[in-house]
Design a protein around this ligand. Structure first.
Ligand code: NAD
Ligand code: ZN
Ligand code: ZN
Length: 361
């Protein structure tokens, strides 16, 4: 029997989201229905609402979630009803060319539920990142539900499902920041501050936070920034060079994703250093760089999709570090809100008042 629950839907580009009745089918083969306990508001939800990701409206938003498995379909063996899980958007297939090369974090054929959740009218919904968890219950592929230690409360654990994992992984997995390295992070929202926390965990000694908002820079210090630069007041490239003996940082993470921040990242790194782009650009954005600088500065410019994470490897490990007091995941939770407050949470995010608003159900 399909169930009816409440969920947050974006119907049209740029229009406020609304809470609607969502029809959630029983799980089919390989699927699971998860009772959502908490779901963070990520900037990517706003990108969906703005039509910046695809045109496949209506969207069921929300994708940074933790909850309890309610039921599973045929053939599901990895999770069972009652299990405490964090939802992920990288249920790897094990068969595509990336998986076969032993690089499953690039999996090109990740699993999502085969059935569709719908509105009461029967209109099919596009779940954000194949999850759709601003809802009391959601239908996912069972591989999208990763078991973690239930000692971590849902509003904290769920954040690993997207932005915090993306930031931590951008520094640790993609940027390969290590002991004694210098790193600069441009854009210190949930994603950027997670990159800062990751850099501290990995042993970086110079951690430079860059933002246009002083509130974000204050928070960045709590996550491990050793220096801060307000790039509205000071040139960030010169600032990073001044803090790194004139050289630039070993790794620069762009957690904004705009041509000007990417260019800053490109020039703020040391020769042979690494630029990591984790912020998501929009389709009309362009960059122009002297090709000689691309060659002459050496190193690498890399994109980081979901922090190059492998959920089954990384979620339990990061939850353990949190429970041991070595990773302050709880500091990302600025406020807990209800399903009806998502639109207002978008505005608070735009005004820079929060790192994460988390819907608690
Ligand atoms: N690659 C991935 O897998 C992945 C995953 C999650 C989110 N994201 C993307 O990461 C980006 C950040 O997400 P978030 O949730 O942290 O957003 P956020 O809105 O919480 O944070 C963005 C931060 O950037 C700052 N900022 C804006 N313009 C700036 C500029 N020109 N220079 C310096 N700082 C600037 C803002 O003040 C804010 O602190 C978004 O584009 C989001 O879509 C990517
Ligand atoms: Zn694959
Ligand atoms: Zn996200």
């Amino acid at each position: 029997m399909a169930q009816q629950v409440r969920g947050v839907v974006a119907h049209k580009k740029g229009e406020p989201v609304t809470v609607e009745t969502i029809v959630v089918p029983d799980p089919g083969p390989g699927e699971a229905v998860v009772q959502v306990q908490a779901c963070g508001v990520c900037h990517t939800d706003l990108h969906y609402r703005e039509g910046g990701i695809t045109d496949a409206f209506p969207f069921l938003l929300g994708h940074e979630a933790a909850g309890v498995v309610e039921s599973v379909g045929e053939g599901v063996t990895d999770v069972a009803p009652g299990d405490y899980v964090v939802l992920n958007w990288r249920a790897v297939c094990g068969q595509c060319r990336a998986c076969r090369r032993g690089e499953p974090w690039y999996c090109f054929n990740t699993h999502n539920a085969a059935q569709k959740m719908t509105l009461e009218s029967g209109q099919e919904l596009s779940p954000a990142l194949g999850i759709g968890a601003f809802a009391e219950k959601t239908l996912v592929h069972a591989g999208q539900a990763t078991l973690v230690n239930p000692a971590a409360r849902p509003e904290v654990a769920g954040l690993l499902g997207c932005g915090v994992m993306a930031g931590l992984g951008a520094a640790i997995n993609t940027g390969k920041v290590g002991r004694g390295d210098s790193i600069a992070v441009i854009g210190c929202g949930g994603v950027g501050n997670a990159a800062i926390a990751g850099a501290r965990l990995a042993g970086a000694t110079t951690i430079i936070a860059i933002d246009v908002d002083n509130r974000k820079l204050e928070w960045a210090k709590e996550f491990g920034a050793t220096h801060t630069i307000n790039s509205r007041e000071n040139d960030p490239v010169e600032g990073v060079q001044a803090l790194t003996d004139g050289n630039g940082a070993n790794v620069v993470v762009d957690a904004v994703g705009r041509p000007e921040t990417f260019t800053q990242a490109f020039y703020a790194r040391d020769l042979a250093g690494t630029v990591v782009l984790v912020g998501v650009p929009t389709p009309e954005m362009r960059i122009e760089l002297p090709l000689l600088d691309v060659f002459g500065r050496g190193g690498a410019t890399k994109s980081s999709w979901y922090g190059d994470c492998l959920p089954s490897r990384d979620f339990p490990l990061l939850i353990d570090l949190f429970l041991q007091g070595r990773l302050p995941l709880d500091k990302f939770v600025s406020e807990t809100i209800g399903l009806d407050d998502v639109e207002e949470a978008f505005h608070r995010m735009e005004r820079g008042e929060v790192l994460r608003s988390v819907v608690v159900l």
